[in-house]
Design a protein around this ligand. Structure first.
Ligand SMILES: [Zn+2]
Length: 61
C-alpha cells in the first residue's frame, strides 16, 4: 500500500498555513527545513527536528 508523509506548520505551534507532503520522509524534511528558513528564519536544530518529527503524519493512500 502506498503511503505519504504530511506536515502542517500549525502543528508545531506556528500561526502559519504552510503544509507539505511527500512520499519520502527525508525529502519532506528538506521541504520543511527550507520553509522554516525562508518563512520563519529558523534553522532546524536538534530540538526543532524532534518537534517536527513528532508532527509529521504518515498517511496510507
Ligand atoms: Zn510555517
Amino acid at each position: 500500500m502506498a503511503k505519504k508523509y504530511t506536515f502542517a506548520c500549525k502543528d508545531i505551534g506556528q500561526a502559519c498555513g504552510f503544509t507539505a507532503e511527500d512520499e519520502d520522509r527525508n525529502a519532506l524534511m528538506q521541504k520543511i527545513a527550507e520553509h522554516a528558513r525562508t518563512a520563519h528564519s529558523m534553522e532546524i536544530d536538534k530540538k526543532l527536528q524532534n518537534t517536527v518529527d513528532k508532527a509529521i503524519k504518515k498517511v496510507e493512500m
